[in-house]
Design a protein around this ligand. Structure first.
Ligand SMILES: Nc1nc2c(c(=O)[nH]1)N[C@H]1C(S)=C(S)[C@@H](COP(=O)(O)O)O[C@H]1N2
Ligand SMILES: [Mo]
Length: 387
């Protein structure tokens, strides 16, 4: 299925991405973020909804949405939320066919999320320390499982995912139970009334319509943690071979450093400026918690030479929403613009390559994997006609 267009018409799970030009028009994605669903969208009565907290905790909790809003400090985070399948189209067309929805480069959005820290809710529940095990802050053993039982999913009876407990407990990892998106109640498609936001981690773990949190020694047993969203080795070339590999390969957590050329679009005609350059624009994403991306380079000669692009200010124009001044940008995307030397003619290509604050530089091309996940080859605009 192609999700190139941004029109939704059916009862099928809603999966769509905006045109790139529209996506990078604003630092905060307020309208037209991407949608990724493994079920239809549940309509939840917020007043009747509750969140259960169980597993390796001292006190079982049942929290209403209003108690999450009033009994815990509220924390705001700006982060890029990306599907692990973002850019799959490039992997399947440039490397080899893969299995999965045909995402182009727009399965990402950069939003402002607000709600209690997951850590504070887990502290209220009280972690159960296992006999003889010292739990050092930031090194807690185990996992936090998130689940939504509101709808059966395409491949399981519910939706679930998990992250390491240590990540959830780290104050600076900013994992929250979001009640607001861009300062307003979360829209139904994005997880109303509550969802997990796990910055830097593949979107699949940011469980929407959250109704249960479980602290466990093992990861989520859900299909989408165990049998999907994993980078299988390149020798696994079909679903049959994958069967013996799923249990040996880790579930994706942190996403890799990435960048995408949004303008010019593939196959378009661009005018050469008087400076012998063409204008190039796009976005860049950091690797896991090593953000933000603070360097983007561009090449018009197949990577022989690179010129630095300008990272646009998050607080500059154009923007629709005011960005809270005290909120960091470590998890956010970087929008950038640059000019790169080009020659007139057909079949030209422009490349982009990002480096994040942790020094992680985008690779030219990652290895092929059956599910086409975590593709982070150089950003590119191909087959340009420069006139
Ligand atoms: N309950 C539930 N949560 C979910 C999903 C889902 O299908 N059901 N999809 C996940 C995936 S794979 C991604 S990439 C993100 C997408 O978030 P969005 O639809 O708000 O963009 O939500 C995640 N959370
Ligand atoms: Mo996803």
């Amino acid at each position: 299925m192609s999700v190139e267009t941004y029109i939704y018409t059916g009862d099928e799970p809603l999966n769509r991405e905006p045109p790139l030009e529209q996506l990078i028009a604003h630092f905060i994605t307020e309208k037209d973020g991407f949608d990724r669903n493994h079920s239809s969208i549940p309509v939840i009565n917020e007043d009747a909804h509750s969140l259960q907290v169980d597993g390796l905790v001292q006190n079982l909790l049942s929290l209403t949405v209003s108690s999450l809003a009033t009994e815990f400090p509220q924390h705001t985070v700006i982060c890029a939320l990306q599907c692990a399948g973002n850019r799959r189209h490039t992997m399947r067309t440039q490397l080899k066919e893969v299995q999965g929805i045909d995402w182009f480069d727009g399965a990402v959005m950069n939003c402002i999320w607000t709600g209690p820290r997951l850590r504070d809710v887990l502290l209220r529940a009280g972690l159960k320390i296992r006999e003889g095990k010292v739990q050092t802050e930031g090194e807690e053993q185990g996992h936090v499982l998130f689940a939504c039982h509101q709808q059966p999913t395409e491949d399981d009876s519910y939706y679930g995912g998990s992250i390491p407990l240590a990540r959830a407990m780290r104050v600076d990892a900013d994992v929250i139970i979001a009640l607001k998106m861009n300062g307003k109640p979360i829209p139904p498609a994005h997880g109303a009334p509550i969802r997990i936001i796990a910055p830097g981690i593949a979107g699949a773990r940011s469980v929407k319509w959250l109704d249960k949190i479980t602290v466990s020694e093992t990861e989520s047993p859900n299909f989408y943690q165990q049998r999907d969203y994993k980078i299988l080795p390149p020798t696994v070339t079909d679903g049959e071979k994958a069967k013996e590999w799923w249990d040996k390969v880790p579930a994706i957590q942190d996403m890799p450093v990435n960048s995408v050329v949004a303008i010019p679009a593939n196959d378009s005609t661009v005018e050469l400026g008087e400076d012998g350059c063409i204008e190039v624009r796009g976005y860049a994403l950091p690797s896991g918690d090593h953000g933000p991306v603070d360097k983007v380079e561009l090449s018009g000669d197949e990577g022989a030479s690179w010129v630095e692009a300008e990272i646009l200010s998050a607080h500059g124009e154009p923007r629709l929403l005011e960005i809270p001044k005290d909120v960091g940008l470590k998890w956010a995307w970087s929008l950038w613009r640059g000019r790169v030397k080009a020659e007139k003619g057909k079949g030209k290509r422009v490349l982009s390559r990002a480096t994040d604050k942790g020094g992680n530089m985008q690779v030219e091309c990652p290895e092929w994997n059956l599910r086409g996940v975590a593709y982070n080859g150089y950003g590119e605009a191909r087959n340009l006609e420069v006139v």
